[in-house]
Design a protein around this ligand. Structure first.
Ligand SMILES: Cc1ncc(COP(=O)(O)O)c(C=O)c1O
Length: 367
């Protein structure tokens, strides 16, 4: 008999939000508003699509395993050397490789509770211990001091998600500076900046590119603002030794050729980037205004967000379930956050105007 390790047996797989097709079928609805997965509601970057179309006739060939053209493009855009740029099948793919490369038996990890579930799934898929530091419920922010207090001689990796999914909150510049100074040099900090492009206009947001420390790896993605989540491609900035180690263990031909081409196209699409940012900012303001009264009345807590989604705390888990099922019947898909450890909260992605309006209408009706 093949023995499965206990930590794999007890692993709960990542459960994504409900799909449009599932809800259409279940409730016999035509129009569905999926504002559950922090995807770009405008669709993919047109330049990414154009670039993918150009190479699709060559998919009989293997891609460049070093993704050199893409890394050069990222280098030209960011001013970072190619040797400091890693790529992978999504930023989650890179994260998986980081854990694979650097965790030895007995090493430990630290992060916050109520953070990106993808990291939690990866961490639970390892035999290594991971500490989840409680998240203060008055701020819904990472408790940086609490994380530092957990550091011990076995700590190898600290995972920070900035802005944090699902709370939308950030560690600001001052908080990150103070935190970083308390982390020993032999501990690798993963700075997950999947929502960087939404937050980077804010003065208080610490662009981790300004902190090119040897023990920090910054992860970014083409899945969010660039709109090519299905292509699975992300990148990271780190010390050249860390990058070469990660590139050594990745699957030889990840990211795939369509993804590499799409990412190169997306990086040229400033117009799409601006349009996406503007749509998001408008959607956020609309949510903030529309939900202000409910917030003031204490019926919900609206947590200010730096990303393309907002966290809403409701009265209870029962209320979340009721709201979720009521909205689904009206074709509005949002994300209940029990799997993230926030059973009394939902996460709503800023969508197209009509999607946002559909959410607000249904939410106000049922809350
Ligand atoms: C914080 C965070 N990191 C990473 C990812 C996954 O990114 P990718 O699609 O590049 O693997 C997500 C997706 O939801 C996310 O929210």
């Amino acid at each position: 008999m093949i023995i499965t390790p206990e930590y794999i047996k007890t692993l709960k797989p990542y459960v994504p939000g409900k799909s449009i097709e599932e809800i259409q079928k279940e409730f016999g609805l035509e129009e569905i508003h999926k504002i559950a997965s922090n995807e770009n509601p405008l669709g993919p970057s047109p330049k990414a699509i154009e670039a993918m179309k150009k190479v699709h006739g060559e998919v009989n060939r293997y891609p460049d395993p070093g993704a050199l053209e893409l890394r050069k493009k990222i280098s030209a855009k960011s001013g970072v050397e190619v040797s400091n740029i890693a790529v992978g099948s999504g930023s989650e793919g890179i994260m998986a490789n980081i854990l694979r490369c650097f965790l030895c038996d007995g090493d430990e990890m630290i992060t916050s509770e109520a953070t990106f579930i993808g990291f939690q799934v990866l961490a639970r898929g390892r035999a290594n211990k991971c500490h989840y530091v409680p998240m203060p419920r008055d701020t819904y922010k990472f408790d940086a001091d609490g994380i530092l207090a957990k550091v011990n001689e076995r700590t190898k990796i600290i995972y920070i998600c900035n802005p944090n999914n699902p709370t939308g909150t950030i560690l600001n510049k001052g908080e990150f500076d103070k935190f970083y100074k308390g982390v020993p040099e032999n501990v690798l900090i993963i700075m997950d900046e999947a929502y960087f492009e939404y937050a980077c206009g804010c003065a208080e947001y610490p662009d981790s590119m300004d902190y090119r420390y040897d023990n920090v790896i910054t992860l970014r993605t083409f899945s969010k603002i660039y709109g090519i989540a299905g292509a699975r491609i992300g990148y990271g900035f780190a010390h050249a030794d860390i990058v070469s180690t990660i590139m050594k263990v990745k699957l030889p031909f990840e990211p795939n050729s369509l993804a590499q081409a799409g990412a190169i196209g997306a990086l040229d699409d400033d117009e799409f980037l601006e349009k996406s940012r503007a749509l998001n900012a408008g959607g956020y303001e609309y949510f903030r205004k529309e939900l202000n009264d409910l917030h003031k009345e204490g019926k919900i807590v609206f947590v200010p967000s730096y990303a393309n989604f907002v966290l809403l705390k409701l009265e209870s888990e029962e209320k979340v379930n009721f709201i979720n099922s009521s909205l689904l019947k009206e074709g509005v898909i949002i994300r209940p956050l029990k799997p993230f450890g926030l059973a009394d909260c939902i996460r709503v992605t800023m969508g197209l105007r009509k999607e946002n309006e559909a959410f607000i209408k249904s939410f106000k009706k049922y809350i």
